[in-house]
Design a binder for this molecule. Structure first.
Ligand code: NAD
Length: 285
């Protein structure tokens, strides 16, 4: 009924287990942001179904989650391959018959190709690793959500899909497409009980973006790089994903949240320790 309160529709009985008994698929769940999401979801009672291309990463994260009492299965699949997506869907649906949560997390900015040197092949590669699988995995599972009239989809794209990114405009375009797919699908399926939201990470330590090794000499510059003044961690992304996946966010759909330490909010403004204030035209590195 359209006037029901959230506490009637989806009561939260146990705040320490926000996904108790929910089936959650996480792509790229073996490392980085996806591994943190898998671990936090399992800690909150989800039955996690990880899709991971790298068998060693899948196994390591599966063991780590099980070691802490979580329930998880790892599927070694390439989600950019339609047959891999079919295998994943067959295995998950054979076990549970449905899913409650889908996190499309796989993505990569590499190899960085200057636009002038890019080719139809490099555009296609950016499409496959950042957008194709978001569509393919979502389509593979959305029918089970509409059938049960409930579900939450969380697409991890990038802050670069929400702002101009001069470094790799094609990557940014694919991420922007994932963000707008999020918004548009949310409107399409909201009345079927499904919510769809996105997260735009930035500055988050992971195997793909290794700030610690890459910038270890510049610890003092974090306050100028990120308004919150520190490096982001996969757990920061996982906490936002848990909120969007769970009934805590039951009245939120179609939104793309930058989880970026404030970089998008501060776009164009940099804190200058030397000047002791924010500047929009920094003259020193
Ligand atoms: N880390 C950041 O600061 C940052 C910034 C912007 C956007 N993102 C986005 O966040 C998401 C996660 O990023 P991350 O930094 O954790 O990446 P990561 O590369 O460190 O981890 C990605 C995981 O996905 C797996 N994977 C890669 N290709 C796969 C495939 N085809 N099929 C199945 N699994 C696959 C990898 O083996 C790895 O375990 C990506 O979409 C990325 O574009 C991250």
């Amino acid at each position: 009924m359209s006037t029901q309160r959230p506490s009637d529709v989806a009561p939260i009985d146990d705040w320490s287990r926000l996904l108790g008994g929910k089936v959650a698929v996480v792509t790229g769940g073996g490392d980085g942001i996806g591994a943190a999401i898998s671990a936090l979801f399992a800690q909150h009672g989800a039955l996690v179904e990880m899709a991971e291309i790298d068998a060693d990463r899948a196994e390591r994260t599966r063991r780590a989650i099980e070691g802490k009492g979580g329930t998880v299965r790892a599927h070694v699949v390439d989600v950019t391959d339609p047959t891999g997506v079919d295998r994943l869907a067959d295995a998950v649906l054979a076990a549970h018959g449905h899913i409650d949560v889908l996190v499309n997390n796989v993505g990569d900015y590499r190899p960085l190709v200057r636009f002038e040197e890019s080719t139809p092949e490099s555009w296609d590669a950016m499409y496959r690793i950042n957008l194709f699988h978001v569509l393919a995995v979502t389509r593979a599972f959305i029918g089970t959500m509409t059938a049960r009239r409930r579900g939450s989809i969380v697409n991890i794209h990038s802050v670069e899909g929400l702002r101009g990114y001069p470094g790799e405009p094609v990557y940014a375009a694919m991420k922007a497409a994932a963000a707008h797919f999020t918004t548009s699908l949310a409107v399409a399926v909201g009345r079927s009980g499904i919510r769809v939201n996105g997260i735009g990470p930035d500055l988050t330590q992971s195997p793909q973006v290794d700030y610690i090794t890459g910038f270890e000499d510049h610890e003092e510059l974090w306050p100028s790089w990120a308004p919150v003044g520190r490096l982001g961690w996969p757990e920061d992304q996982a906490r936002a994903a848990l909120f969007l996946a769970s009934d805590l966010s039951g009245y939120i759909t179609g939104h793309n949240i930058p989880v970026d330490g404030g970089t998008k909010a501060g776009s164009g403004w940099f804190y200058s320790p030397a000047a002791g204030r924010f500047v929009n035209r920094p003259t020193t590195l």
